[in-house]
Design a binder for this molecule. Structure first.
Ligand code: VGL
Ligand code: ZN
Length: 212
């Protein structure tokens, strides 16, 4: 199978390719660095590239250290619902929040920062975890006439996945580029996300199947 992609109307959404999600980072995704090469190639191929950057204050409420007696990967109740806790990661202005040093991030026309409110986490590039606070990306895509979203980056079972689901909820076509994304994979999260993606008709494609 090959499909035409990368022209007007298509956007490559590169999710959270940051040091803390890569090798030796605070919340390293297994094999996370492997997404950088295919993403750099994809960025040459797409006319429109948008990046996201996980961007937390040092005392962010998703950090386990903010919840005495709790540990990373525990689930707690927040005012907006259940929230998984994480090690301290992607703190604003720290090296861990920087893009991977080999990522060609200068190719992006927009960088969306998310998770910058202390009291709300944000997995999706569109809506924060309260499921009502928008990041502004939906408006950007609408105003620019970008209707087909191709997603890559970290992590497939969290930020990439929830961004793809929200893109579908907005009526956009969404495709995950499988060789250009990797999952955290804690507690069956990858299989659960794959099921939700399939249910909302998010497609899966490899970089090799995309042609101009
Ligand atoms: C992410 C957990 C916490 C991600 C971000 O980018 O998938 N996961 N913050
Ligand atoms: Zn985060």
């Amino acid at each position: 199978m090959t499909m035409q992609a990368g022209g007007e109307g298509d956007v490559l959404l590169v999710v959270d390719v940051q040091r803390d999600f890569c090798f030796s980072g605070a919340l390293a995704v297994p094999d996370g660095d492997a997404v950088v090469m295919p993403i750099n190639q994809l960025m040459e191929h797409f006319r429109h590239v948008v990046l996201t950057q996980d961007w937390h204050p040092a005392d962010h409420s998703s950090f386990a250290v903010q919840h005495p007696g709790r540990q990373a990967f525990d689930v707690v109740r927040m005012p907006y619902g259940e929230q998984q806790l994480w090690p301290v990661h992607c703190v604003q202005g720290t090296p861990g929040a920087e893009f991977h040093p080999k990522l060609h991030w200068n190719r992006a026309e927009l960088i969306v920062r998310k998770g910058f409110r202390r009291e709300i986490d944000s997995y999706s590039a569109f809506l924060e975890n309260d499921r009502t606070t928008p990041t502004g990306l939906a408006g950007y895509l609408r105003e620019r006439g970008l209707r087909r979203v191709f997603l890559a980056g970290l992590a497939l079972d969290y930020c990439v996945g929830f961004s793809a689901l929200d893109a579908r909820a907005l009526g956009l076509e969404a495709w995950v580029i499988s060789d250009a994304s990797r999952a955290v994979g804690v507690g069956g999260s990858q299989a659960a996300m794959q099921q939700r993606l399939a249910a909302l008709q998010v497609g899966s494609v490899t970089s090799g199947e995309l042609r101009r």
